[in-house]
Design a protein around this ligand. Sequence first.
Ligand SMILES: *Cc1c(COP(=O)(O)O)cnc(C)c1O
Length: 443
Amino acid sequence: MQMFDWIMSSPQSESDNPSILDSNDSLASFRSAFHIPEKDGKELIYFCGNSLGLQPIAVSQSVQSELNDWATLGVEGHVHASRPWVSYHEQFARSLAALTGSLESEVVAMNALTVNLHLLLVSFYRPTPTRFRIICEEKAFPSDLYALQSQAKLHGLDPTEVIRIVPAGKDTQTIDEHALLQAIREEGPRLALIMIGGVNYYTGQVFDMAALTRAAHDVGAYAGFDLAHAIGNIELHLHGWNVDFAAWCSYKYLNSGPGGVAGAYIHERHARSDELFRLAGWWGTDKAKRFLMEPEFQPIASAESWQLSNAPVLSMAAHKASLDLFDQAGIQNVIAKSRNLTAYAASLLARIAEHPDFNNAFTVITPTQRGAQLSLLFHRNGKAVFDALSRAGVIADWREPNVIRIAPAPLYNTYSEVKEFAVLLEEAVLNEIGEDKNMTQDL
Ligand SMILES: *Cc1c(COP(=O)(O)O)cnc(C)c1O
């Protein structure tokens, strides 16, 4: 058993030395802007930023500032807080536009993700007797599928006749993009919209949103994306790609806290239009007239018109602290580091996965079109490996029946942590899977 780390301790080239990679990392200082969870006084290896990002240290001060304004100003804080609450959400437009590749008038921070999906589907899913089909991908996040099913029912339709789920490959677990494009062409004039996760939560597969949008538009359908795993993780050009609508949450790669305020994008051609139906609330109406309390809804000519209620300032204060970090780092730099960090992780994992002594313990199912996530499909005993990693101080994510997801987050994870993880994984695989399984003599 003393041989457990012999693959990971084999000689390294300079480009494979985590200390050198860390010292050359221009974003290294951002780690100190986060609270890193610890166990027994030792920092955990936190690879779960695709599920809940870590807390920026500036969050407490940002929230405290709003609590102070509330304590000292009461209702006057709407106008006289240091960041007036009546327009609090407006300060996110610039950051969210940069993260999503949109115009500022196309994005808004509001509600929660599934709520936003419903609000957008109310606008973009307007089935007719001839055009009523929706395409999504197999292994879409369940909430998204539930949203689509209930929207079909809302229109008195049978979800199984509405929703076409493009299957994932049996071996690869990923979606063949050609099959997706083919399905769009086949549905043709029956297709109302596609709604796809821009990055699949299970495999980490990144979809070609530009190509899917073009294909949907070619048959007269809308293209919408769930960006829960995409925002803050991969390059997005929603406006340039001509995407019709999108929604995301902010607690994954954006680190804005559990249940934090979500966001939505609506292309300006729709956002400006009075024609497109939207559910209305007072926060979506013309700002100049909002407090005149008039009976007629006058939608703001931007994504803001999908807002129903006044802004949840306390959760937005956390969002503010976290988006400030993205503004400082620059999303291009975040993505550049992420590519290197994940490629480094992938190369170490491949050495374990492909080594004959490890007896085909797992396969990395994440394709090369990916963001920060790698999904490891275990062929047996995956849960035992996961539990061993947890005991050793790794916070990763377990997905039934047999997948461990890891997501090294470029703002706070290091190359050294990736290396340490690989050593721990090697040890766990050997202990939990290797034992009785025809290990070679020299082990
Ligand atoms: C995380 C995630 C959700 C969660 O939805 P909430 O409304 O924020 O609870 C939904 N869809 C996808 C694709 C996700 O990744």
